[in-house]
Design a protein. Sequence first.
Length: 436
Amino acid sequence: MVPRYARPAMTALWEPEAKYRIWFEIEAHATQKLADLGVVPQSAAKALWDWWATDPKIDVEAIDAIEAVTKHDVIAFLDWVAEAVGEEARFMHQGMTSSDVLDTTLSVQLARASDILLADIDALLAAIRTRAEEHKYTPTIGRSHGIHAEPVTFGLKLAEAYAEFARCRTRLVAARAEIATCAISGAVGTFANVDPQVEAYVAEQLGLEIEPVSTQVIPRDRHAMFFATLGVIASSIERLATEIRHLQRTEVLEAEEYFSPGQKGSSAMPHKRNPVLTENLTGLARVVRSAVTPALENVALWHERDISHSSVERYIGPDATITLDFALARLTGVVEKLLVYPARMEKNMNRMGGLIHSQRVLLALTQAGLTRDESYRLVQRNAMKVWESDGALSLLDLLKADPDVTAALTPEQLEEKFDLGYHFKHVDTIFARVFG
């Protein structure tokens, strides 16, 4: 985790103290249920909860010191708690294995991380919708292969982004549900030494679902799906960031990141206003996606358990969620403050002499009786003259002067095919589909 790209709430989930607090809750809830079942004395559960009620400081350094000797993090924690609680602590961890604690804790952390990410997406969706409504009918050129195609509106560009992030939200809700499971099933997952009621109780207390069947670990296909979902969200972030980067290029300059007073774009060139935030988002997206392949490779563990997944998850759990949280918040800020230049959009749209209306003329010629191939040929031969003149010539003027074209369409009919508003007649329909 790099502090430069981290926010406090998400970072706090992954701090050692937060992890140890979840460990204690799992152990204490399990002991409580074991006491209710008569397996351990009620005094054991009471001793744990009474100590916890004092709001003890988790001494991370002390636990680390014990681990340096035991070479086992869960045992180190249990020893530290036992020293603080006293004799009754011997009933902790009855019938449980380390993975019961570790895997259930990771489920809690990833579920809570999901809640933060869902709030992030909601904020981003709100920002995109506001700007989409603002520019619902702002004309701009649509591009395919980076080349002028036909008119769209800037609001439609943003509506597309909104729909994509709405899908991301749906996927994350599903991924959260899939990852939020609890396994308190003991060695190799048979419940031989711990009643399944303990698992159900701990799950309920922590807001998790029970793992229907675990080995000694929660199956890692769940985690693979979770991190793959984060990777898709990161790719959606990159897609919108890349669009903004293209629009900010000097030759285009239809939109750009907000440039604050006192900001400097280059140490060498004082004139520069660079798309640094969206370039940063492109890089952060790569970092989040880098967690996907290791998560997929974690699925194939040996038999009932190995720990080849453990070191991987200690990295990718914090790094992917913290980075994605930061990226979503940064993108929200970019959208909220995005500078949009409708006049430049209009200028760019008109710079190629009306070529963007060629399809309407093609269709009109076919409807007038010409074959599609002949219609295409007539429009293209005039369009290429405009293209080669770099927009100095007018497609409409050339078509009006082409006897093969005017034999099929009148000048008035041709002029009508160059109406910009024609392209926006279904904007309301699209917005209704996206925003309801």
